[in-house]
Design a protein around this ligand. Structure first.
Ligand code: P5A
Length: 437
């Protein structure tokens, strides 16, 4: 992609409305623009990141045995009246009246809709267990939308729903999702800490929030310091016993959000206790037969009796994650994307556009990288070198290839790793083999 024709509206100055670094950088790096309070348009560079996050989430959901479908954003009020949540959800729910005066709503979550699909389609215990998921926009009319996409009104969520015949099987689904969440966040370079949580309007009696630590996090959290170096994932298979012991291991260390924190435990942990701010990037719930009973979803059991399936739901804040990753990976100059979710893997900077040697070397490098499937952003603008370096640092691509006339005379270009700031002069061939390796 050539930067001269790419739609990348960057800002030199910090926007006044942005209070935290990820919001500032998302606006400055041209990832999003606010459409109205808590509602954002995703511009091309931001959309690339959003799609990469979504794709990692999808791959890990698939690997955990969940099946993807797509439910609509607009739902009928009747379903929520059946579950009993229509009135209770209050002002956070955006209610819509259609032309036939029917009450509709923009879905804040999908427990009702998925239970409705289930009761129309699944009849027998033999069809269980099932985990269904989608990635869809949600709307919650938050009182105080803030921090950009971190607490939006419209936001992208991956939500999965499990259906099992009994409690033991439901716990297996819960464990499966639990471990798949740790894997998902790890692939994005994030150490997520599971904390027992309240179930709020979703309901149920077992729930974990997945929190990453960041100075600008919304909630104060406490956890054992070993979480930060903990790696219980590498040896865990998808075997149910393995998953259960992994969850047990992970939850045996102390971790609590502010409301749940027990100072006595803290005192006991002494120096091992960390208190920090955290961002909730995922939340999982086991709520048994709450929705299946309320909505009359049953399956026929082995002895011909009608049984209510045990359910759980599992959310990941896909759009929030883009902000959360920036909170974790940035410096004064801009974003430092982890490789797995970078919008482009390499930025090529031409320091003298119009110089035949520089132009040829750059197009050659770009073509070769693209031929091996790499996403490349080529800065071919007629701009000062300083402006080009600043843009490339701001948008945070993992690698920068700097091509200038002086270097080319000596047969070298410069390769810079954004994360560390390390630079080295290399021949084009060695740079390419390093980038392709
Ligand atoms: C679980 C899936 C649920 O809605 N029902 C379906 C359950 N859980 S939750 O905790 O309410 O939300 C799941 C995740 O969505 C993200 N999130 C948000 N992201 C941006 N802006 C918001 N206003 C917002 N609200 C929730 C969070 O990451 C949360 O963990």
């Amino acid at each position: 992609m050539r930067l001269s024709s790419y739609f990348l509206p960057t800002l030199k100055e910090d926007p006044a409305e942005a209070q935290i670094v990820s919001h500032r950088l998302m606006l400055r790096a041209g990832l999003v623009r606010q459409a109205s309070a808590g509602i954002y348009s995703w511009l091309p560079l931001g959309l690339r990141v959003l799609r990469k996050v979504e794709q990692i989430v999808r791959e890990e959901q698939d690997a955990a045995g969940a099946q993807e479908l797509l439910m609509p954003t607009i739902q009928a009020a009747e379903l929520w009246q059946e579950s009993g949540r229509y009135d209770g959800y209050g002002k956070e729910m955006l209610r819509v009246i259609d032309r036939h005066d029917r009450e509709m709503l923009y879905g804040p979550t999908n427990e009702e809709l998925v239970t409705d699909i289930f009761r129309q389609t699944i009849r027998s215990y033999k069809d269980l267990p099932k985990i269904l998921y989608h990635t869809q926009w949600k709307f919650r009319d938050e009182v105080r939308p803030r921090f950009g996409v971190m607490r939006g009104r419209e936001f992208l969520m991956k939500d999965a729903y499990s259906f099992d015949l009994d409690y033991e099987s439901a716990r297996r689904s819960y464990n499966r999702m639990f471990v798949s969440y740790l894997r998902t966040f790890a692939r994005m370079g994030l150490q997520a800490i599971p904390m027992q949580a309240d179930t709020g309007p979703i309901g149920g009696d077992l729930s974990h929030e997945f929190i990453i630590l960041a100075d600008t996090g919304e909630s104060e959290v406490y956890c054992h310091k070993d979480y930060l170096t903990y790696d219980a994932l590498s040896e865990v298979s998808n075997d149910d016993n393995d998953l259960a012991s992994a969850v047990e291991k992970w939850t045996s260390l102390y971790a609590a959000t502010d409301e749940k924190h027990d100072p006595a435990q803290a005192a006991e942990l002494g120096e091992s206790l960390i208190s920090a701010r955290g961002i909730e990037v995922g939340h999982i719930f086991y709520f048994g037969t709450k929705y299946s009973q309320a909505m009359g979803a049953t399956v026929t059991g082995p002895d011909g009796e009608e049984l209510f399936p045990e359910m759980g739901s599992y959310g990941i804040g896909v759009s929030r994650l883009v902000g959360a990753i920036i909170e974790a990976y940035h410096d004064d100059d801009g974003i430092k994307w982890p490789d797995s979710i970078a919008p482009f893997s390499v930025g090529v900077i031409n320091l003298r556009v119009g110089d035949a040697d520089c132009d040829n070397a750059c197009t050659d490098i770009v073509n070769k990288l693209e031929a091996t499937g790499q996403d490349v952003l080529y800065d071919d603008r007629d701009e000062r070198a300083g402006a080009k370096f600043a843009t490339m640092d701001l948008i945070g691509l993992p690698w920068q290839v700097v091509v200038g006339p002086r270097g080319l005379k000596n047969g070298v270009i410069e390769l810079k790793r954004r994360a560390t700031g390390d630079r080295e002069e290399l021949s084009i061939e060695s740079a390419l083999s390093k980038l392709m390796g």
